[in-house]
Design a protein around this ligand. Sequence first.
Ligand code: GDP
Ligand code: IMO
Ligand code: MG
Length: 446
Amino acid sequence: MSTQFLRDTVYNERGKNMATAMVIGAQWGDEGKGKIVDYLAAKADVVVRSQGGNNAGHTVVTGGKVYPLRLMPSGIMYENTICVVGTGVVIDPKSLIEEMRSLEEKGVKTHHLQISTRAQVVFPYHIRQDEAEEAMKGSRKIGTTKNGIGPCYADKINRIGIRICDLMDKEVFAEKLKYNLEYKNRVLEKLYGVEGFDYEKMLKDYLEYAEILRPFVKDTNYNVDKFIKEGKNVLFEGAQASMLDCDNGTYPYVTSSHPTAGGACIGAGIGPHNMKNIFGVVKAYSTRVGEGPFPTELHDETGDYIRNLAHEFGTVTGRPRRVGWLDARAVRYAAQLNTFDYLAITRLDILDQMDEIKICVGYEYEGKEIKEYPADLNFLSKLKPIYKTFEGWKEKISDIREYDKLPQKAKEYVEAIAEITGVKIGIVSVGPTREETIVVKDVFKK
Ligand code: GDP
Ligand code: IMO
Ligand code: MG
């Protein structure tokens, strides 16, 4: 039997049983990934976060309550669904423990959580470094969430990160923290001119966190692969979004992880043959928090109208989100990066009362359409969005549950997004709750 034959057999066998899906942000974040994950998780056995940290703010609205989630996968509301915080996530233990407690106070159980032994740990020195770095950059600042995400990922790449498995071993942890803190205190005090931290206090705090988290710590790379082989319904939950991808987004105005389908393989510790049913979540208009290019940004009363109506203020930092027309050109780029199978269009109801709505279908420079999404931000800033205008449907749609019952003009708008991006519609969301969802493609059987 040749090796080639063996490999084909393994994947064919796995392919037959495999039931996976993925939810990825197709814009600059806050598309409504939490809502879509919560909806799909009703039929999922496992939900996996694979990157980002508590910079994410995912909102789940159900049973008359609002659950703002940061590190917790958005399947946590379902007691029998295993929720994995995977290898590629950066975990601030204090923040995770606070989140667990606040969920438990609201009656949500968290015993079904699993935390990767390989995930990186965020420390207060990362947060201080994030703040100091932003202050030092002045007008060149990124507008980060100041949760220490960038510095923690930088330490990982620099191979001085401390992982959850280190935190679980008192001696290893004490030694690694001592080394890192001496180094970090020098950087904080000498380079940034800010105060450092006390070793004994940090050691004590983190050893306490370690004991709270210990029961949840697992080899999730092994487990996720096993769940998939067993034919369980496994859902991957992206945080942040494609245009914030560190390699492929609007660098340097990005986050420090890979919020793409490829990134999910690395961050969950499994191979690309495992990924099916990749949903790109697209808000019916665009928003962005923090600095960086935003070709379709609205600086007028239409932008203010959408921001106020949709309450577009950051869940993590409370900052007003920048608002603009849907940039379907950027979504087409996200489709190229992620190989989306379906789009999940969210917040369509927000546009109910608009007279007219615009979609950016491409960018032009000196009269010519640009085919590639530009890497050079200076060039990107010179491009002119090409808009297509749609008439509004002027009708409340949040009670509609079947695609065919949507107003014709709303369907035209949604179908134009599919056409421009080359991706089929899988879900249309018409309100924040689980129920306010129109499903075109049901991916999990149960
Ligand atoms: P995420 O970070 O992608 O999970 O998105 P956020 O939770 O940060 O922001 C999305 C916001 O839109 C949240 O307040 C959701 O409750 C809300 N939302 C999600 N889908 C819909 C929808 O279809 N209609 C309306 N009106 N709100 C929605
Ligand atoms: P969810 O998962 C929107 C943005 C920040 C900043 C840049 C870098 O809720 O969609 P960071 O703290 O990650 O170093 O900040 O990325 N950003 C987000 N914007 N939604 C998010 O997450 C974001 N997470 C980070 O505003 O511009
Ligand atoms: Mg968010």
